[in-house]
Ligand binder design. Structure first.
Ligand SMILES: [Zn+2]
Length: 459
């Protein structure tokens, strides 16, 4: 079934290396892919058949690597306009420094920031993004709608996580009271967002998830009620978990439990749940994630920027935990690029667990199928297989920085950020020859610069 906005006809990409990231890790040194409408029709060795009808575009992709589009599993788009601040802080100090600025955002600024974040993602190979938005100032307008609009404009497939905070400082939480909502308001607005926007269809360009922010910024009631709401509506659950030693200490002092045990006690382990970070995980925490199918959004750059620690990704993968990659918010990862997280995931894993901790192909799998599974979309995304949605990235690996690297997957993962010749989302071009085709990059840059200035002036 073709979606209405997909182009008619076929796109053929051939004469390139193809890493399908299917269950067997099938690769072709010189293969082809045929896209029909918004889906992959065929993938295989050698050139595509010459007599295919309805071919609107045939790309000789000599010197390229074709992979599934990258899937980003954790972000905070609004932070694009609060980058470069609190440069030498750990998570709690960084949050306390930034909450007052964040509490002054509105829908217009969020829209500008989301366009910046989405542009950085798309230009680094991301075809499916998710965003965790949890700051909703009372008179700030429709911030979630603003980022949904931005994703539609740029043509990136999107999961909008309606976040929330209801535990202000006066009740023992970390955020200031003026930055939080009431429990009831948060739940009502989350349900409204699901009813208004969530599209459960397999071709969906927009899903909504339920996403209270973290154990130290939401009440136990909100966690429990959010889990009930998500399961009543059939949508996924997302939050932060086990990010830092300070969070672990907070949970033990307040609840008498570590973060994983606490979240489990509120109904927050399950195959419909994914959590960001999961850095401080014991063997039994990892076993609980594996047993319940709870997913992890691994954010290596952000964890390093905030000195949070090294997530035990090799142990999680060995136990069968679903793991995807995330850039995290741009205030703790100013780069905002997903492609480079492949490399950072390998480097961080090896610092923690040795040279065989994570291979380049495992890193590519984390960034594609792993992310698709974490977002509950592994049946339609994450690999290049007939019938899957046509979210593909064609990386140029024969230029100055990559031409002498023997293995194209190593060139992509370990080499410099590879230029993108073409990225397709739902069969439609989003990036061509290294530039967005759906938006004006210099206009986004100017818009985000002025938005950052306006937000700073509100301080
Ligand atoms: Zn985060």
């Amino acid at each position: 079934m073709n979606s209405p906005q997909a182009p008619l006809g076929r796109i053929v990409i051939e004469n390139c290396a193809v890493a399908t990231v299917d269950a067997r890790g099938t690769e072709y040194a010189r293969g082809h892919v045929v896209v029909a409408g918004n889906r992959v029709e065929a993938v295989g060795d050698g050139p595509a058949p010459r007599d295919l009808p309805g071919v609107t575009r045939r790309i000789d992709a000599e010197g390229h690597l074709l992979t599934p589009g990258l899937v980003n599993t954790h972000h905070h788009f609004y932070q694009w306009i609060t980058r470069g601040l609190a440069q030498n802080s750990n998570l709690f100090d960084w949050l306390v420094a930034l909450y007052p600025t964040w509490a002054r955002i509105d829908a217009e600024l969020t829209h500008a920031a989301a366009r910046g974040s989405l542009a950085a993602l798309a230009l680094s190979g991301c075809t499916t993004a998710s965003d965790h938005h949890y700051v909703f100032p009372r008179d700030g307008g429709d911030c979630l709608g603003a980022e949904i609009e931005a994703a539609a404009e740029l043509g990136v497939r999107f999961t909008a996580c309606r976040g929330s905070m209801d535990l202000g400082r006066s009740r023992g939480g970390l955020p200031p009271d003026f930055a939080v909502e009431s429990t009831e308001d948060a739940l009502l607005a989350t349900e409204e967002a699901i009813d208004r926007w969530h599209d459960a269809s397999p071709d969906s360009m927009l899903r909504v998830a339920v996403a209270p922010c973290s154990p130290f910024s939401v009440t136990t009631d909100l966690l429990k009620e959010a889990a009930v709401l998500a399961r009543r509506k059939g949508v996924r659950l997302h939050t932060h978990g086990s990010e830092t030693v300070e969070e672990e200490r907070f949970c033990i002092e307040r609840f008498g439990l570590g973060p994983t045990d606490y979240l489990e006690s509120t109904g927050w382990l399950g195959e419909d749940v994914w959590m960001a970070h999961c850095v401080h995980m014991s063997d039994s925490d990892i076993a609980a994630f594996a047993r319940t199918g709870t997913g992890v959004a691994h954010c290596p750059s952000s964890n390093a920027r905030l000195a949070a620690g090294t997530a035990r990704v090799p142990a999680m993968l060995a136990a069968g935990v679903p793991v995807g990659l995330g850039v995290d918010g741009a205030a703790s990862n100013e780069s905002g690029e997903l492609g480079t997280e492949l490399r950072n995931a390998v480097l961080v894993a090896r610092l923690g667990a040795g040279p065989e901790a994570l291979t380049v192909r495992q890193a590519l799998r984390l960034g594609t199928m792993g992310g698709a599974r974490v977002l509950g979309r592994d049946r339609e995304l994450g690999s290049i297989e007939p019938g899957k949605l046509a979210d593909l990235v064609l990386w140029k690996v024969d230029g100055l920085l990559h031409a002498s690297i023997a293995d194209p997957v190593a060139a992509l993962v370990l080499g410099a950020a590879a230029p993108i010749t073409l990225s397709l989302v739902n069969g439609r071009p989003v990036v061509e020859d290294g530039h967005l085709v759906t938006a004006d990059e210099s206009a986004i840059a100017a818009h985000t610069r002025s938005a950052a200035r306006r937000l700073a002036e509100r301080g």
